[in-house]
Design a protein around this ligand. Sequence first.
Ligand SMILES: Nc1nc2c(c(=O)[nH]1)N[C@H]1C(S)=C(S)[C@@H](COP(=O)(O)OP(=O)(O)OC[C@H]3O[C@@H](n4cnc5c(=O)[nH]c(N)nc54)[C@H](O)[C@@H]3O)O[C@H]1N2
Ligand SMILES: Nc1nc2c(c(=O)[nH]1)N[C@H]1C(S)=C(S)[C@@H](COP(=O)(O)OP(=O)(O)OC[C@H]3O[C@@H](n4cnc5c(=O)[nH]c(N)nc54)[C@H](O)[C@@H]3O)O[C@H]1N2
Ligand SMILES: [Mo]
Length: 762
Amino acid sequence: MGDSRRKPLRVEPASETGAAGGLGAVVSSLRFGAGGMGPVRSLRTLSQINQEGGFDCPGCAWPDPESRSAAEFCENGVKHVSHEATRRRVDPAFFARHAVPALLEQADQWLEAQGRISQPVIKRAGSDHYQALSWEEAFARIARVLNGLDSPDQAIFYTSGRTSNEAAFLYQLFVRSFGTNNLPDCSNMCHESSSTGLSRVIGVGKGTVSLADFDRADLILLLGQNPGSNHPRMLTTLQAAVRRGCRVVSINPLKELGLVRFAHPKDPLAVLGRSTSIADRFLQVRVGGDLALLKGLMKEVLQLEARRPGKVLDWDFIREKTEGFADLQAQLEALSWEEIESQSGVCRAEIREVAELYARAESVIACWAMGLTQHRFGVANVQDVVNLLLLRGQIGRPGAGVCPVRGHSNVQGDRTMGIWERPTPAFLDRLGREFDFEPPTEHGLDTVGAIEAMRDGRARVFFSLGGNFAVATPDTATTQEALRRCELTVQVSTVLNRSHLVTGAEAIILPCLGRTERDDQEGGRQFVTVENSMSVVHRSTGHLPPASEHLKSEPAIVAGLARAVLGESSRIPWEGFAKDYDRIRDRIARVIPGFDDMNERVRRDGGFVLPSGARSRDFETETGRARFTVNPLPRIELEPGQLLMMTIRSHDQFNTTIYSQDDRYRGIHGDRRVVLLHSDEMEERGLTDGSAVDLTSHFEGQTRTVRGFRVVRYEIPCGCAATYFPEANVLVPVESFAEGSRTPAFKSVVISIAPSGGASAS
Ligand SMILES: Nc1nc2c(c(=O)[nH]1)N[C@H]1C(S)=C(S)[C@@H](COP(=O)(O)OP(=O)(O)OC[C@H]3O[C@@H](n4cnc5c(=O)[nH]c(N)nc54)[C@H](O)[C@@H]3O)O[C@H]1N2
Ligand SMILES: Nc1nc2c(c(=O)[nH]1)N[C@H]1C(S)=C(S)[C@@H](COP(=O)(O)OP(=O)(O)OC[C@H]3O[C@@H](n4cnc5c(=O)[nH]c(N)nc54)[C@H](O)[C@@H]3O)O[C@H]1N2
Ligand SMILES: [Mo]
């Protein structure tokens, strides 16, 4: 990661970056696909993405349309798939050549590009090298350490969001049979604020819309989301909506290109350069200014109602299906426009325009992602979105509702399967009855809690089913130090990453099959299932030959480990589960509501939809009503010179997997260690384009610093800054998280900036 390898930074004006999608995307995805996999293999693989009988794209959780095109994938899906289908291998010879300390010097992008891990390996205490070991030895070793702990709660079992329903169900069953609820997952860092907020106010922690609703909505709000890069297939849905007259409003500190100009890559006209503008209104909110903005919108809506009584609010719905309206009304009336405008950074006239659009629309969908959830007030953000919709009864009817757009392709399914540190008593009861044991009832550790427990020596073993914990988490220095304190760290992975190098005294890597690969077990060829962002459960079947003969599937790894740890006395038929996943699904059907006849229903084309009361206004809250909530409007207090910084994804990464140093849609090339600033903020500090700066974050008297970032002039509100995830994670304090959901506040980091080499300002 030394500066000698650093490429020159090049920034293009946004007007020259072309349209999102279009020819640029086709060229970029084919270049990537052919590069890693070879042209024939890549065509064969790509033709199976998101098709009936094919595999679910690991890229994101956006649903597949009923009438699928032959190419139901996007530029970024191609990158994720070819990353997995690469021909390069990380084998024991690789580890013999490269000692762990030497690998630690390499950049993340280099590590991930080394290819698929081909055999189980172990780094013994005191050794600098990983060496091969058999699966039996690996399971036995892990079992010995786990069974030697003073308490099962000294072990942590993390999950990333690509794990299938079958693997996730077995995993939580194993972990609870072992005796702990320490099941943190990437969801803790992602949509936990959505799950928490939605459960409180509408009785279910998931979205309420289906893809068909997008064909009927006449207004779609996009809050804190960049679908052009992170959910490209969603642009196709939005484009179709726009073409039939639906309005789209983007609420974001950045004017993301995908929403401004979008050319469908498979649309010939688009290749010739004609593009659709998707968002026809853009509210450039300050980072963290959404609560003020949403309250401003609601205040205007109440005014419109006062002018046209009975024409704007849905009084029948409010009376019959909700509670708490009067308190919300009182809060909104008491708020001053001065406060709303200064906190949101958006003027009243612009807020009124969008409020009028909202008041006139028949059916409204609100979509959001990390721009709302990863804040100190992430849960409140989500609850205020619901408040806005409830005013006009925009939940639980066609063309309307909430749509938290999920990240990892099965992050929603993993939670449905019981990957949760705070399981409900009802769930534990059903699980215990089905498998004849007593699951632990005490709540376990979430992601932040896991870091703290390892840091403080309360946890001694860290096991990870996928993901890249050492890099994806906040407070990189603290987290990595915490991991190093463990006795044993274990990673179930496809490709090499930094979490294999930042280890406990002993470390084991268990290499697994990926989505694209054939899964042959004693009971024949297997498929797995996943649940998308809209609660559709469907099959995913890989077809490529496995990257190595030594790989095991995730369900087989969990089953093998469970037997080794729990011993012959465990009456759960682990071996049978690994042989035939239908047997796992039969149990899921008996334990988890909504999965009856899972094996039969999931074999139907398109799978099946999980039931949800909120979709039919049957709100499963304590009172059976949807709840208006009064969320206080926090003051964002910055000292002179300080900025509020968000950490965001570039176009060319999947979370911690970095494909290149470019961010094509934002016109930034060659460097990711950059900070985006408004011209006025640069001028005030005497900074010019490309100036080298140090960034220091401030939290409860603590400071954290990264050095040598370069300044990029950008259209971002004054008082704000943006950097890339994960390069800036060092600056995010582990104790800074959302109230109520404990989601790290990755998008509200208070920083100051100083020229590199100089003294830190403020
Ligand atoms: N290609 C690709 N696809 C992905 C991923 C990937 O890394 N690469 N990651 C997957 C995962 S796990 C997830 S969770 C999703 C993430 O998808 P997104 O949530 O779209 O990802 P982020 O880059 O974190 O960006 C959030 C957006 O929120 C805006 N934002 C930041 N702060 C605020 C704020 O205070 N208010 C408002 N209104 N907006 C704000 C940013 O400008 C940015 O446009 O994508 C998934 N899909
Ligand atoms: N600053 C900042 N930090 C953030 C965020 C942010 O916006 N800003 N976003 C947060 C969010 S939304 C999320 S979801 C987390 C993501 O956190 P994680 O899910 O932990 O991280 P990923 O980078 O998605 O994990 C990538 C690794 O998963 C492994 N992998 C890939 N496919 C498979 C598979 O099929 N099976 C197995 N077993 N392993 C596989 C590969 O080895 C790869 O290196 O990061 C969070 N961190
Ligand atoms: Mo995520």
